[in-house]
Design a protein around this ligand. Structure first.
Ligand code: ADP
Length: 458
């Protein structure tokens, strides 16, 4: 069911229920009031007759009958009967023979003293009146059909039914109309969104009045489009950067082979060429390994993310591996305070990825400093393990500090050093998937400190 139909239907149903309840309650209120009013009228008639005939006793029965008969037809044809103690009719305001009454009722009225009920579709009021003059007890019966009241009720009932039908129909029509109006902006957004093609994320949808929830939705949607566009842009530049980086060593290899093939050479020359080819090949392998690592960290293989890993152990392993690989590197690892609980240095994560993270940072620190030295310090607080890697090397300018974490970004001063600019983007991603972060403090020409913060398990 469409939202418009749903809203209109639900709203109409609620309004219809309220109207019906209200009308039924009102109808019964009016009916009770009308009935009460009529009962009072009959009582009044019975009491007036009692007063004139029994209590006053000096009013002429015939005269009263004439007066009664003449007033009967005016509003209600109320029949009034007065019975003596033997239940014989002592007075009737019309021809007694034509009046139908319930003889059984008379006894009951005498017992109860007063009676209000119905007999043959007529409302009946019975009163027992003692006559102080002759000491006898009379019974007065007043009965009539409430034609005026019934007609009034029927009119009210009809008016209510028609009123309800018209009000409900109007509610349905209006609620359909207003629901449609309220949902128009959504229909518009729908149309605009369908018009956005697979790659055209630069398009924006209009935000209408900029105030309501729908404008908010459009704004959020536009922000999402911008983020998707940025991601696509990054992807595009990533692919073109990666291709460029791969093409450079390949082009070098190609030209070296071409030069080598130009003429016959001495074995020593071939050896040199092969050595140079090997170096280029090595550069390519490194780059491809880096790209693979990045892809791996992008996947963030969550299955592998739940193992406890001692950060200090990882640091020592990386130190050992790098020192055996590069003779001129110096890596010093220091604890800022004595560690009493292992949990303070243990994180939940992936050992191989953490090794990659620290390997990149240690290597950069040694690579970009003339003394080839990295100073590593470990500390922790209630929540995190904090590892800082300090060097006194090239340093990074304030503008470059954010950008060095972008894939393939290299600072101008690093141009003479080997590298592809993807190591730090891998580090950032690995820190992210360990719910940690990595920041850099650096001054150009003075040195850099990379700080890795990872939440520990205690
Ligand atoms: P690569 O070192 O392969 O170029 P990285 O992603 O590891 O790639 O680093 C990106 C850039 O950040 C480097 O090219 C360099 O310009 C800068 N950089 C990284 N670490 C340091 C450091 N310790 N000192 C100075 N510059 C650094």
């Amino acid at each position: 069911m469409k939202i418009r139909t749903k809203i209109a239907f639900q709203f109409s149903l609620i309004v219809a229920l309220i109207l019906i309840l209200f009308s039924v309650a009102l109808y019964f209120l009016i009916r009770n009031y009308t009935k009460g009013e009529f009962t009072n009228y009959l009582k009044d008639r019975a009491e007036t007759t009692a007063k004139l005939l029994i209590k006053e006793a000096n009013v002429d029965k015939r005269l009263l009958k004439i007066v009664d008969k003449n007033t009967l037809s005016t509003l209600y044809a109320a029949e009034v009967l007065v019975f003596n103690e033997k239940n014989e009719i002592a007075y009737s305001n019309t021809d007694a023979e034509t009046i139908k009454y319930s003889p059984d009722l008379l006894e009951r009225i005498r017992e109860q003293g007063e009676y209000v009920g119905e007999y043959k579709e007529k409302k009946v009021v019975g009163l027992v009146i003692p006559n102080e003059l002759d000491g006898k007890i009379y019974l007065i019966l007043a009965q009539a059909t409430d034609t005026y009241g019934d007609a009034k009720l029927e009119n009210i009932q009809n008016a209510m039914i028609w009123g309800l039908v018209i009000a409900i129909t109007l509610t349905v029509i209006l609620s359909f109309f207003f629901a449609g109006e309220a949902l128009k902006p959504i229909a518009r957004i729908n149309q605009e969104v369908s018009a956005i093609s697979g790659r055209d994320f630069k398009k924006k949808i209009s935000t209408g009045n900029n105030r309501d929830e729908i404008a908010q939705l459009a704004t959020n949607f536009n922000q999402m489009l911008s983020r998707i566009d940025q991601a696509f842009e990054m992807q595009r530049s990533f692919v073109s950067n990666a291709s460029h980086e791969l093409r450079t060593p390949l082009a070098a290899i190609k030209s070296e082979i071409q030069v080598a093939l130009e003429k016959d050479r001495e074995p020593e020359e071939y050896r040199q060429i092969l050595h140079s080819l090997d170096q280029d090949n090595q550069r390519m392998i490194q780059l491809i390994n880096g790209l693979l690592q990045l892809a791996k960290s992008e996947q963030g293989d969550t299955n592998l993310m739940h193992k406890p890993v001692r950060v200090d152990e990882v640091l020592f392993e990386v130190q050992e591996e790098l020192l055996s690989q590069f003779d001129d590197f110096s890596i010093f690892i220091d604890f800022e305070e004595i560690v009493e609980e292992d949990e303070n240095l243990t994180v939940l994560g992936n050992r191989a990825l953490l090794k990659t993270l620290f390997n990149n940072l240690f290597e950069n620190a040694c690579k970009y400093s003339s003394n080839r030295t990295a100073e590593v310090r470990i500390k922790f607080n209630k929540v995190n393990v904090i590892v800082s890697i300090k060097d006194t090397g090239l340093g990074i300018s304030a503008e470059d500090q954010e950008r060095v974490f972008e894939p393939f970004y290299r600072t101008a001063s690093a141009a003479n050093y080997k590298g592809h600019g993807i190591g730090l983007s891998i580090c950032k991603r690995i820190a992210d998937i360990h719910k940690g972060k990595i920041v850099v403090r650096s001054e150009l020409g003075v040195g850099s400190t990379f700080i890795v913060v990872l939440p520990h398990i205690s």
